[in-house]
Design a protein around this ligand. Structure first.
Ligand code: FAD
Length: 492
């Protein structure tokens, strides 16, 4: 069997896999992505956050395609939750890290959204192979060295790579090669029963695209508008109430809807979709878990392969794409010889764990039903350790995926965009005709200094908007202006 060689091989072409593959390929590295299914394929997880839409998707270069796809615009969330009997609404526009016109995310049909990201990966140079199932992760004594997979024609193949990325979601067991077993949360152990309806009501404008989340005795419902007429509806029930979703799914869902007056009212004129991809009533465990380690030499876990936290704040795709971006930064830094693997991946894991923990801790407080929303806002401020902003601002930052303070995720005109322009100009000069310039600019060190210099200049232009990025942890790394790599922190 001939063994192909790549810099990176990615197992799984969901949002995490296509994001990491694209961001590494954009830096000129050889990337293979193996996806078991042939896209478009169904997936749950339809409500996105601004950090994904305006941060990661912008870096991937799919903003225009997303805008053209006509996904419903989600300006925030509406909750019937906690002590207050009436629904309350938050708007992403409250976040200090978002500028007005960008105060939204999308509600997406995942078959379409994931396909956009996968096609984009291919167009950015990733070798994408669909219908290919990774069956085994290969190792020598110290390192992971590649994978074995079955191709679309049923042939067994082997690939070797400097890095293997497990982005294969919550079901595959590839992650076990990193070591240790999944640590399941005792607190979040629910089951979801969900389907699709035509003709459900909409919230009043301007919030008709909001996610509506409604707590009731057995758990809570999500109600997500996917078009003017199509709605994704799911009941999440606690483990103790699991018998409520056993047996005939249709009767079970109808009984749960009847338990919840607001959802009954919204679905009063609607009919359930019973054919096509949306015709099935599906059940999923949504147990929260994390792996004890997110990497080992030669292998990295991202997205649901690494961890999952209760879906009430729609954080799944955010954690998937954010972890993919952090992993890509680490891989790009190592493959370019900027730093060693341990330094780069320690930063990856620390940031990823911080983001997971912020959601986890906040969600524990959010399930306290005897308090009102002011108390939830206060909890958000507490878990994010945000001393700069008000409680509601901290809450909206957290639920918008922005609490890390990462400039590249923030939905505002930012220094990184201008610095990226400067970096592109430097790159252009490096490839230009001036024979005297080329050797100088081709030097990696000189280019880095020029790019950092660009960042300083932009700070002068943008004033207080251009805060210098600080490490998230003492002694940690900072992000390069274009968000593609890590840099050592040099205090001024
Ligand atoms: P996936 O999207 O699962 O992609 C993994 C890919 O890997 C798949 O395409 C699969 O075919 C492929 N694969 C698997 N095994 C192999 C293999 N051996 N070889 C090759 N390919 C393989 N998130 C949100 O953001 N918003 C929501 O509203 C939301 N609601 C949710 C509701 C519920 C009930 C649940 C359970 C989750 C929800 N999520 C939500 C979470 C979201 O579904 C996931 O977090 C997200 O899909 C993770 O992306 P991923 O790329 O890591 O994995």
């Amino acid at each position: 069997m001939s063994v192909e060689q790549f810099d990176v091989v990615v197992a799984g072409g969901g949002p995490s896999g296509s994001t990491v593959a694209t961001l590494v390929a954009m830096q000129g590295h050889r990337v293979l992505l193996l996806e078991k299914e042939v896209f478009p394929r169904y997936q749950i997880g339809e409500s996105l956050l601004p950090s994904t839409v305006h941060g990661v998707c912008k870096m991937l270069g799919v903003s225009e395609e997303l805008a053209a796809a006509n996904f419903p615009v989600k300006r925030g969330g509406t909750f019937r939750w906690g002590a207050r009997p009436e629904p309350w609404t938050f708007s992403f526009s409250v976040s200090p890290r978002i500028t007005g016109p960008k105060a939204f995310a999308y509600q997406v049909e995942r078959a379409k959204f994931d396909h956009i990201l996968l096609k984009n990966a291919r167009s950015k140079g990733v070798d994408v192979r669909e219908g290919c199932t990774v069956t085994e992760v290969l190792e020598d004594s110290e390192r992971i060295t590649g994978v074995r997979y079955t191709d679309a024609d049923g042939n067994e193949r082997e690939v070797s790579a400097t890095f293997v990325i497990d982005a294969s979601g919550n079901k595959s067991r590839l992650y076990s090669k990193v070591g240790g077993s999944r640590e399941y949360s005792e607190f979040f152990r629910s089951l979801a029963l969900f389907g699709y309806f035509e003709g459900g009501k909409r919230l009043p404008e301007p919030y008709s695209g909001n996610i509506l989340s409604v707590a009731f005795d057995s758990g809570w419902f999500w109600y997500i508008p996917l078009s003017d007429t199509l709605t994704s509806v799911g009941a999440v029930v606690r483990r103790e109430d699991a018998d409520k979703i056993q047996g005939d799914r249709e009767s079970a869902l109808n009984a749960l809807i009847a338990e919840c007056p607001l959802i009954s009212e919204y679905l009063s004129g609607a009919t359930r979709v019973t054919s096509g991809n949306y015709g099935e009533l599906r059940v999923r465990k949504d147990y929260s878990y994390q792996q004890p380690s997110y990497w080992r030499p030669g292998m990295i876990l991202i997205g649901d392969a690494a961890c999952f936290v209760d879906p009430v704040f729609s954080s799944g795709v955010h954690l998937a794409t954010y972890s993919a971006m952090l992993a890509a930064r680490s891989i790009n830094s190592v493959l370019d010889g900027d730093m060693d693997e341990k330094t780069a991946l320690t930063e990856f894991e620390a940031r990823y764990r911080r983001e997971y923990s912020v959601y986890y801790e906040f969600l524990v407080a959010f399930y306290e039903m005897h308090v009102d929303e002011e108390s939830y806002f206060w909890s958000a401020k507490k878990v994010t350790k945000d001393v700069e902003h008000t409680e509601i601002e901290s809450f909206v930052d957290l639920v918008g995926g922005l609490s890390s303070g990462e400039a590249v995720l923030a939905a505002k005109t930012r220094i990184a965009e201008h610095s990226a322009e400067f970096a592109a100009a430097v790159d252009q000069m490096a490839g230009g005709d001036d024979a005297n310039m080329v050797p100088l600019f081709k030097s990696h060190v000189v280019r880095q200094v020029m790019q950092e210099g660009g960042q300083e200049q932009m700070r002068v232009v943008l004033g207080e908007d251009a805060e210098p990025e600080l490490p998230l942890f003492p002694g940690g790394l900072v992000t390069s202006p274009d968000g593609m790599k890590w840099l050592p922190h040099r205090p001024v």
